[in-house]
Design a protein around this ligand. Structure first.
Ligand code: ADP
Ligand SMILES: Cc1cn([C@H]2C[C@H](O)[C@@H](COP(=O)(O)O)O2)c(=O)[nH]c1=O
Ligand code: ZN
Length: 191
């Protein structure tokens, strides 16, 4: 039987990693076999763990590419119930096909990532994975400007970078609602 793909998306601080950690705990309590992966670029809180903004954490294997994830998975072939992947937006697009192969090998896959960059553009890898998912959970955060629980975008407080990939936390990014994003950036003029 094939596995199931669950994707958790949303802006920064929306509780994506916290939700992933509670799913990991369910597998741990059930004495299931699983692996947790994180991209090696994410050195924000720890290199060896996935860590939520509140400090909750779980040990993780850091990988530099989707191919390294595939190889590590292959070393455990036939032994796993699930894999968990944090910060999926940092992975190259080959991860999409690798995840598909993993699901069809009967293993459940849980991924977490940003659906949109601070430029309000979809992150390709995340969006492609959402397209093949069995379940997509889209989370919200509290808007850092107006205080409403409707933040869906991450806003960059410091100068833009050429690449939309730039590891960081509160010193660079806040979560905002669409109206506050628009006021801050003037990007969408409306009618
Ligand atoms: N603007 C915000 N909205 C909601 N939670 C926030 C906000 N800023 C900080 N937090 C904290 O971040 C936690 C979620 O962290 P985490 O699960 O790591 O989120 P994500 O992985 O989506 O960035 C919340 O439980 C809360 O304590
Ligand atoms: C908005 C945005 C964020 N990033 C980086 C910043 C963080 O290192 C992660 C997101 O972490 P979280 O677990 O969701 O809080 O991604 C980026 O590279 N580009 C962006 O546009
Ligand atoms: Zn707002």
């Amino acid at each position: 039987m094939s596995g199931k793909l669950t994707v958790i998306v949303g802006p920064m601080y929306s509780g994506k990693t916290t939700e992933l950690l509670s799913l990991i705990e369910i597998y741990a309590l059930g004495k299931k076999n699983y692996l947790v992966f994180k991209p090696s670029i994410d050195i924000r809180y720890s290199e060896e763990h996935i860590v939520s903004h509140t400090g909750l954490k779980a040990p993780a294997i850091k990988v530099t590419s989707s191919d390294e994830l595939r190889k590590t998975f292959a070393e455990h072939a036939g032994q796993l119930d699930a894999i968990f992947i944090d910060e999926i937006h940092f992975f190259d697009e080959n991860i999409v096909q690798i995840i598909e192969e993993i699901i069809y090998s009967g293993v459940n896959v849980f991924c977490v990532g940003l659906d949109m960059s601070y430029k309000h553009r979809p992150f390709k890898t995340t969006v492609q994975i959402m397209g093949i998912a069995d379940e997509v959970i889209k989370k919200k955060a509290v808007c850092h400007i107006c205080g409403e629980y409707k933040a869906v975008v991450s806003y960059r407080k410091v100068d833009d970078t050429e690449s939309e990939i730039d590891v960081g936390g509160m010193e660079k990014y806040i979560a905002v609602c669409r109206d506050c994003y628009n006021k801050l950036t003037g990007r969408f003029k409306g009618n």
